[in-house]
Design a protein around this ligand. Structure first.
Ligand code: OGA
Ligand code: MN
Length: 297
């Protein structure tokens, strides 16, 4: 049977049924999924039993994969392969992490609204997060529709921000949490990068806000003024009417378009329950400024 789409709202988030992602997909299913992905920006595939290899194979239908930034870190061994970002609260021995673990501090950044890898010159296009175990309460993931957020802005604000560029860095989002304890090597491995504040999605022609807690400065604007503008737009974009909250079930695979959405994880008792969620991430085709025809320094 062909894949079935069950929209959550008319244009944002849909559940997908009658498809087994552990098997090779037919060309028609791939086209239907990619079209639905452009339209809904968040797709939920319930009840998928996937090996890591099958998870990665499905992700590759959307483009080349990123390797996890954890490979830059010297203080921890990886529990998963380099193409998977380990978003769990588990140590390499599959135990719940300790209260003061550096991994725990680092991952607190996922509680801030963001789009994945905007701190890389080429940011993320699609993220595919797979839940192997989940806590009984809490630990949901929220998604904000950045197209609807753009459309709801007053015309004067649209004109003011349409061609602005922000500087993004992973150290900006960590600094928001008071976490600044990074080595010179870690900082040098991830210098700040430019990203447009408003992007146009080539497949649909729709515009959307493109922001994240990684954004720190608006280029050409006084620092405090730029930060205030970013905070104001983030608060606007994450109002309830633009948000879908995903409550996880074991074996859900959720895929989101980082160009058109922001997301964040919600709290749970992470010292008590195991939450084993793993992410495959597909790169965008180029830096967002380069895609808009701007010169990237
Ligand atoms: C991610 C992420 C949030 C969550 O995987 O990129 O931000 O709820 N996850 O785990
Ligand atoms: Mn994320």
């Amino acid at each position: 049977m062909a894949a079935q789409f069950w929209p959550v709202t008319e244009n944002f988030a849909a559940e997908v049924g009658d498809i087994d992602l552990s098997r090779p997909l037919g060309a028609e299913d791939i086209v239907a999924i990619r079209e639905a992905f452009d339209r809904y920006a968040v797709l939920v595939f319930p009840d998928q039993a996937l090996s890591t290899g099958q998870h990665l194979d499905f992700a590759r239908h959307f483009g080349p994969l990123e390797t996890s930034i954890a490979t830059h870190r010297k203080d921890t061994k990886l529990r998963v392969v380099a193409e998977i970002a380990d978003v769990s609260n588990l140590t390499e021995n599959n135990e719940v992490w300790g209260e003061n673990s550096r991994q725990r501090m680092f991952q607190l950044g996922n509680r801030l609204w963001h789009s994945d890898s905007t701190f890389k010159l080429t940011p993320a296009y699609a993220s595919l997060l797979y839940a192997r175990s989940i806590p009984p309460v809490g630990g949901h993931t929220e998604f904000a529709d950045m197209r609807a957020a753009w459309e709801a802005l007053p015309e004067a604000m649209k004109q003011k921000i349409d061609t602005l560029v922000c500087e993004h860095s992973i150290f900006n989002s960590r600094a928001r949490l008071g976490f600044t304890n990074f080595s010179a090597d870690e900082r040098a491995a991830m210098p700040p990068v430019p990203q447009v504040m408003v992007r146009t999605i080539p497949q649909t022609g729709r515009k959307c806000l493109y922001l994240a807690s990684h954004a720190g400065r608006v280029i050409g604007m006084e620092e405090g003024e730029g930060k205030a503008l970013i905070d104001e737009l983030m608060a606007h974009a994450t109002q309830r009417q633009f948000v879908y909250a995903h409550r996880w079930r074991v074996n859900d695979l959720v895929i989101w378009d980082n160009r058109q959405t922001m997301h964040r994880g919600t709290p749970f008792d992470d010292l008590r329950w195991k939450r084993d969620v793993q992410r495959a991430t597909v790169e965008d085709i180029a830096n967002s400024c380069a895609q808009a025809g701007m010169k990237v320094a």
